[in-house]
Design a protein around this ligand. Structure first.
Ligand SMILES: [Zn+2]
Length: 342
């Protein structure tokens, strides 16, 4: 098969499009013919070596895949060859303490499609059969590929972790990102009010179209001051944070008493410091989360199929142009998801 892979760490120029070993199905794994694969920030960390692929190089990135079932073993009876599927990207063992508690995203042997195994920047990808969900006809492959990581992470962060309530106020960092564009919609669906940040004025209308009430250009405005003004000096109830560094620290200043910061990524830096006086005196909750459950992904598919949530696809590149697609994301040009199409 053809794939876009890398043999050494670095920038987008390290991505090579060419022949790659064909994946093989077995009793527990299916092979999916990739019809669309979305790019993520984690791809960039894998590529530049900040999060080196655990199985070493060469490596194929791509954790969000929609496609059709191709290779299939007789052991997986509920799946049909040719069926449209979207792939739940998390792998878990099912037997460790945390899996047995129903908390599979903190499995001791947790892994991601496209990180711990080769992913979807390819014509074919091997995935655990149990991770395949039927993709409703109402959802295109392109939209389906834009859902599994960004929507699921934001859903779990807001609904399960922050326990968002109608009428609460939410600050979503980086509306232009996949998780940001999903979090704005999910918070609105839950009946919350949303403010968000963008890095350029041309993303303001985009952020408002997703349902954000107040949009702040973080390069020219102070989002902490804006949050105070927007909430009549109260502060927001919830922050969805995935940038790290100073943004993490300042996000806690934007929170009201008893507020919750949900950390779902570290796209600028893995590090951040906190003024602990804010944390204890305001009784803040700082909660980490990654991904969510298969059931939550199925719920999201239902909402997208009936139009109450929408996948936000900015651009699709042919797989052979994966290098340009990656550079587009690295340059932060995207408003929503960027895809590669084999
Ligand atoms: Zn486990």
């Amino acid at each position: 098969m053809k794939a876009a892979y890398f043999k050494e760490h670095g920038g987008s120029d390290k991505i090579v499009y060419g022949d790659y070993k064909d994946p093989v199905a077995d009793g527990q794994h299916a092979v999916v013919r990739v019809r669309a694969c979305a790019l993520n920030q984690v791809d960039m960390l894998l590529l530049d070596g900040r999060f080196p692929p655990p199985e070493g190089l060469p490596h194929v990135n791509g954790c969000e895949v929609a496609g059709t079932l191709e290779g299939l073993d007789k052991g997986v009876g509920w799946l049909e060859p040719g069926q449209r599927v979207v792939v739940f990207p998390g792998f878990s063992c099912g037997t460790c303490e945390f899996c047995l508690r129903g908390e599979r995203t903190v499995c001791l042997r947790y892994g991601y499609l496209g990180a711990h195994k080769d992913g979807g920047y390819a014509e074919l990808v091997r995935v655990p059969a149990a991770n395949c969900l039927a993709l409703p006809e109402a959802i295109s492959f392109e939209a389906g590929a834009a859902l599994p990581l960004a929507f699921l992470t934001s859903w779990h962060a807001l609904v399960a972790k922050a326990e968002l309530k109608p009428g609460q106020t939410v600050l979503v960092q980086a509306a232009g990102s996949g998780v940001g564009s999903a979090a704005i919609q999910i918070a609105r669906l839950m009946g919350a009010r949303v403010m968000t940040t963008v890095g350029s004025d041309d993303k303001i209308a985009f952020a408002k179209s997703l349902g954000a009430e107040h949009v702040v250009n973080y390069r020219t405005q102070d989002f902490v001051e804006e949050a105070r003004t927007w909430t009549a000096k109260r502060g927001v109830d919830v922050v969805v944070e995935h940038i790290g560094g100073e943004t993490l620290e300042r996000s806690t200043y934007a929170l009201t008493r008893l507020g919750t910061l949900v950390s779902i990524g570290s796209h600028d830096t893995h590090w951040g410091r906190l003024d602990l006086r804010h944390v204890y005196s305001k009784n803040l909750r700082i909660v980490g989360t990654n991904l969510g459950s298969i059931v939550e992904l199925r719920t999201i598919l239902d909402y997208v199929a009936d139009g109450r949530l929408r996948a936000v696809v900015d651009r699709a590149f042919p797989l052979k142009d994966a290098r340009a697609a990656v550079q587009y994301v690295l340059d932060r040009k995207n408003k929503g998801k960027v895809l590669v199409i084999p």
